[in-house]
Design a protein. Structure first.
Length: 189
């Protein structure tokens, strides 16, 4: 076998190996995507079960996971809290859950008529922060009011109530799943 033929075979072999490696990487990404989607379905099923067994069970006849023509609420909520995430250092799961909890309160509060918000926030602060330092309560009220203003300014068209959320630590990233009301159908009082 001549050197040219041997080199051509080696080059062909490397091309095949490289092509297989690229396909393998694509396959790996496909597997990761399928795993994320499976986890998303499991998380949504768990939240749906929680909702159906909770105090709002009578309010929800059908739970849609992704209403057509509307942004995923997990994406919306992530964008909503974006400015409040600490960009300097990595936030822990507990820190992210706390931030999301505050954001959900603010989001849903912003959906109330403006004349009802102050009283509702006062009740929320009283219930959730009972026994906490008054300064901390005031700071929390300010943060929630700031988030309500952000919701009004940047997300005014989105009138979906957030009824539950779940944040999971996947090791290399966090995965957020959100259950919300169907667009255009407010929660009955």
């Amino acid at each position: 076998m001549t050197d040219k033929v041997a080199n051509a075979k080696i080059q062909q072999h490397f091309k095949e190996v490289f092509t297989m490696a690229k396909k393998s990487k694509g396959f790996s990404e496909l597997l990761k995507q399928e795993q994320r989607e499976k986890m998303q379905r499991q998380a949504m099923q768990e939240m749906e079960d929680d909702i159906r067994q909770g105090p709002l069970k009578e309010e929800f006849v059908d739970i849609l996971q992704e209403p057509k023509g509307h942004a995923r609420m997990s994406d919306v909520l992530s964008a909503f809290v974006g400015p409040y995430e600490d960009k300097e250092e990595e936030m822990s799961l507990n820190q992210r859950q706390s931030l999301l909890g505050i954001a959900v309160i603010a989001w849903n509060l912003a959906l109330l008529p403006k004349d009802q918000r102050k009283a509702a926030l006062k009740e929320i602060i009283r219930e959730l922060l009972k026994g906490e330092d008054p300064l901390f309560q005031r700071e929390m009220r300010e943060i929630i009011n700031e988030m309500v203003a952000r919701k009004d300014q940047f997300f005014a068209d989105n009138q979906r109530y957030i009824v539950n959320y779940q944040l999971r630590d996947l090791g290399t990233e966090f995965h957020l799943t959100v259950a919300s009301t169907v667009p255009g159908e407010p929660v009955e009082e």
